[in-house]
Each structure stands twice: as structure tokens, then as C-alpha cells.
Write a protein that binds this ligand. Sequence first.
Ligand code: NAG
Ligand code: NAG
Ligand code: NAG
Ligand code: NAG
Length: 258
Amino acid sequence: MERTFLVVVLVSVGLVNSSCPLTCACTIETLDLLFVDCNSRSLSYVPDLPSNTYTLQMSHNTIPEINDQVLQRHTTFDESVSTYFYYIYKNVITTMTADIFTDCNNLTSINLSFNSIEYLHPGAFRNLTELTNLALNINKIRYIESNTFINLQKLYYLYLQDNEISTIQQFAFVNLPSLHDLYLNANNISHIKEHAFGNLPSLSILELNANPFKCDCSVIPFRSWLNERASIGTDAKCSDGTLVTSLHSAALETCNRK
Ligand SMILES: *[C@@H]1O[C@H](CO)[C@@H](O)[C@H](O)[C@H]1NC(C)=O
Ligand SMILES: *[C@@H]1O[C@H](CO)[C@@H](O)[C@H](O)[C@H]1NC(C)=O
Ligand SMILES: *[C@@H]1O[C@H](CO)[C@@H](O)[C@H](O)[C@H]1NC(C)=O
Ligand SMILES: *[C@@H]1O[C@H](CO)[C@@H](O)[C@H](O)[C@H]1NC(C)=O
């Protein structure tokens, strides 16, 4: 499997690429920039892309991974290109490695919904300073590790609903000054560690319904965080259906004695 992929990369490195991949359709989107349509082409790898790609759609294929060497080709992008957009929806991608989007700093939107992503490397989204929209919903993500979503200055929408997330580590979502909508509903979240959220001044929608929060003493920091914010995350429920925000202090009183 890996060997096959290597061959593909070596062959394409030699090309100065301006042509449309044979199996895809390219149309002018804006100025001399291309809309590259590789949807439903039975592709099992990301083809060599024209350097003036502006929007790439690659949904409904069987791509098992997106490789940094393929996407890095965007360093040759026209200087005037300030934004572009990826759409790799409905594939079979299972892992997001670090640095796959290195040199794709101008990406504004990434849609990886409906894949089979289990593991998100904390470095995967580093340096995406223009990213406003990141969709990772409907995958199989299990953990959000520390520093996964950090310093993304323009990130406004983050979709993580319908995964299998059970634990959110401390410093998972930090310094996201523009983040407005965060969807974590329909996961398997039992714990949100203290300091999981930090410097999210624009956060206005935090969806947490359909998660089995464990409402023992460990929930106290999270309940306090919610109570300080009043209007977000109010749909978080314990596994017995009690709203986290309505947990009585009395019920958690014994915690302080330990
Ligand atoms: C990003 O856009 C800026 C212009 O806004 C351009 O100078 C830079 O080369 C682009 N970077 C990449 C990696 O395309
Ligand atoms: C992020 O940017 C810094 C400098 O701006 C650079 O040193 C680092 O290698 C970049 N990291 C990634 C993952 O692209
Ligand atoms: C991702 O792409 C799918 C397919 O078009 C679309 O239904 C969905 O709304 C997109 N998600 C986001 C957050 O843009
Ligand atoms: C949900 O999380 C618990 C641990 O808190 C784990 O034992 C269980 O297998 C998870 N269920 C799913 C469907 O991921």
C-alpha cells in the first residue's frame, strides 16, 4: 500500500503542473484560477493538481489518506491567490497526520465530513491562519488531544459533531479568538478536562447535547465554567439526563471533603 503511494508521488514530483488531472474536470472559477472537480471519480489517491487550483472538490472517492507531499504542491500557487478551499467529503480517510496542510496557509475552508477519521494529530491544523470553516463531523474521532485546535486566528465554525469523542484533554481548544460556533453534540463525551477551553472570546454557540457526561466530582470544573457563561453549553446532560448546569451543589458537596 505504502509502496504504491510512493511511486505515485515520485512520478508526479517531476512535473511542472498546469494541466487538469485526466480524470477530473477543471473550469475557470475566478480570474485564472481553477475550480477542480474530482468528485466521484473512483480515485484512491489525490491526483497531481494544477498550481492555480482555487477550489478542489474530491468527494465520493476512496481516498484513504491525504498526503502532505501532494498538498504541498500548492507552494507554487499564484502569488495573488489568497484563499482556496478543500472539500474532501465522503472518502475513507482514517488518519490526519501532522503537517498535511503545511504550506497551505491560505486555506479558508476544509470539509472532511463523512470520512472514517479516527485520529487527529495535534499538528494537523497548525498554521492555518486563514481558516474560517473546518468540518470534521461524521467521522470516528475518539479523543481531542491538547493543542489540537490552537492559535487559529480566523476559525469561526468548527464542526465535530457525530464522532466518538469520549475525552477532551486540557488545552484542546485554545486561543481561537474568532470561534463562534463549536459543535460537539452526538459524541461520547464523559469528561471535559479543566482548561480544555481557553481564550474563546467569540464563542456563542456550543452544542453539547447527546453526550453521556459523567457527573461525579470530576464534573465540577466544567460545571463552573458553564455556569460562568450562562448561555452556552446549556444542553450538556449527565448520563442520567440531568442537566449539568442544574446539578445541585449539595449533590457534589461531598467532593470538597476529600
Ligand atoms: C497566500 O496568499 C498570499 C497573498 O495573500 C501570498 O503572498 C502567499 O504566497 C500565499 N501562500 C500560499 C502558500 O499560497
Ligand atoms: C508554522 O509556522 C512556523 C513559523 O511561522 C514554522 O516554523 C513551522 O514550521 C510551521 N509549522 C507547520 C506545521 O507548518
Ligand atoms: C460539507 O460538505 C457536505 C457535502 O456537500 C455538505 O452537505 C456540508 O454542509 C458541508 N459542511 C460544511 C460545514 O460546510
Ligand atoms: C464511550 O466511551 C466509553 C468510555 O468512557 C467507552 O467505554 C465506550 O466504548 C465508548 N463508546 C463508543 C460507542 O465509542
